[in-house]
Design a protein around this ligand. Structure first.
Ligand SMILES: [Zn+2]
Length: 463
């Protein structure tokens, strides 16, 4: 299930203010943007797929040994950015890419910037920042630069003032690579793609699209296009490099293409609305991806028994697909059958090759809804299991606090609330709840020690 956690506005604004003087105006506009809509979405299936795209490329680039976190930004423009440990990618980028290779090419290019140490100072700052703060920065950066380019009002208008006052300094300090850096990143990208036996055609297609789109006036400005300058000669040089590669005609494996199609259908159904989803499903008609979209659409907009029949058919086609089981769990939860939903989520957890922290939390929610003392205890185990894999899942701590509360474990609930604030970067409230939790704990017990860690934690001051 695609879900949207609540944004942490104060933290975002604070980090914004510390990044550079040029951001001062952007703070207000970014907070407005945050208040209007939650920019991050969580989804086990999509995160796993994008991680599968990135992993071989990062390995070829000699980066990130222990896996990277994928952060999905709910924005229809094209953008992608890697801080080091985390990769931020817009749903718009995933929707625009018709093949995995198009996204993999962009990831390879980003890995080239990372390996080349380009924009290292900004990257270091963002690496220390909490996820929500980085999103605000990246969205804000797009708004600022877009404002400088389009002369439009509102959000972008605020950005225009920054760009005009700070000149090139402001733009440089946000995120804009030099032409020489672009050439280096392109060359590195081709090296990584060759090392992993993949074509550069997807990257070329994506960048060439930006090149032609530049002539359109009044169209939405993709932040990616502005931070990565794409003059004609760059595309021409890239074309030569791509065509020289022995892998130029290689296509994505069919199974990967199928997962890509299923991801796009899912984003369309959950984020784009019924009409957008119907258009995409029409293009993919007859495929499992179209069937998947139909089942999800029926779940969201139609009736639950029909959605269940369609999902059972999907499970029959791919019995080992964890995310079909997850959809079954979502449907059963909505149908108020938490016991059966828990069974489906439990299957999803056991089938999930990516060991996402989100699925155990969903299982925990279903067990909470069952509501017996025994199922509440099981829920706590599952949610803790999920949070152990994915510490920044602030929703998870809310459910954990609720489960402890329902069992009458008040200090447990307070500590879970403290953890939620802590991992959201809200250290002040985290300390308040940690101190409250300690008042009812035995001094020195493991939970008391964890609360003490939160109380003693000193944020670096900068971010
Ligand atoms: Zn670039």
């Amino acid at each position: 299930m695609l879900s949207r956690p609540r944004p942490m506005i104060t933290e975002a604004a604070r980090v914004f203010a510390t990044l550079s003087l040029g951001f001062a105006v952007a703070v207000a506009s970014s907070v407005t943007a945050f208040a209007q809509g939650v920019p991050v979405i969580r989804d086990a299936e999509i995160e796993a797929l994008v991680r599968d795209y990135a992993r071989p490329i990062f390995r070829a680039a000699g980066l990130a040994n222990d896996g990277i976190d994928i952060v999905l930004v709910n924005d229809s423009s094209f953008n992608a950015f890697v801080t080091g440990r985390r990769m931020f990618i817009n749903t718009g980028a995933l929707m625009m890419a018709e093949t995995p290779n198009e996204i993999i090419g962009v990831i390879a290019h980003e890995a080239g910037h990372l390996a080349g140490g380009h924009q290292q100072k900004l990257r270091d700052q963002l690496e220390r920042a909490k996820t929500m703060a980085v999103i605000a920065t990246l969205l804000g950066a797009g708004a600022i630069v877009a404002g400088a380019t389009t002369n439009s009002r509102g959000l972008a208008g605020a950005g225009m003032g920054v760009a005009a006052g700070g000149g090139e300094m402001a733009q440089r300090s946000i995120l804009a690579y030099r032409r020489t850096e672009e050439i280096t990143a392109d060359r590195s990208a081709i090296t990584y793609l060759n090392a992993t036996g993949q074509s550069g055609m997807g990257m070329l297609k994506t960048f060439a699209r930006f090149q032609t789109a530049l002539s359109l006036s009044g169209a939405q400005i993709d932040p990616y296009r502005i931070s990565h300058p794409m003059p004609q000669e760059r595309i021409a040089n890239l074309q030569v490099l791509v065509k020289q590669s022995p892998n130029v005609d290689k296509l994505d494996p069919p199974a990967l293409q199928q997962r890509h199609d299923m991801m796009r259908v899912k984003i369309a159904v959950y984020m784009g609305g019924q009409a957008a989803a119907a258009r995409l499903m029409q293009k993919m008609r007859g495929s499992l991806a179209a069937q998947y979209g139909d089942a999800q659409s029926t779940y969201l907009y139609g009736n639950l028994p029909a959605a269940l029949v369609k999902t059972n058919a999907l499970i029959k086609a791919q019995p080992k697909n964890a995310y079909f089981q997850e959809l079954r769990g979502d449907i059963l939860m909505k149908a108020n059958k938490p016991g059966e939903a828990a069974d489906a989520y439990a299957k999803a957890v056991s089938l999930d090759p990516a060991r996402s922290g989100l699925l155990p939390v969903s299982l925990g929610q279903a067990l909470m809804a069952v509501g017996t003392p025994d199922s509440l205890k099981k829920a706590i185990i599952q949610i803790n299991n999920g949070l152990g894999r994915d510490k920044e899942n602030s929703e998870g701590y809310r459910y954990l606090a609720q489960a402890y509360g329902e069992l009458g474990d008040i200090p447990g609930a307070e500590l879970a609330t403290a953890e939620g604030h802590f991992y959201s970067g809200n250290y002040k409230d985290a300390k308040i709840f940690a101190m409250r939790a300690q008042q009812r704990m035995k001094r020195g017990e493991p939970r008391w020690i964890r609360a003490q860690d939160i109380i003693n934690y000193k944020s670096s001051g900068k971010i």
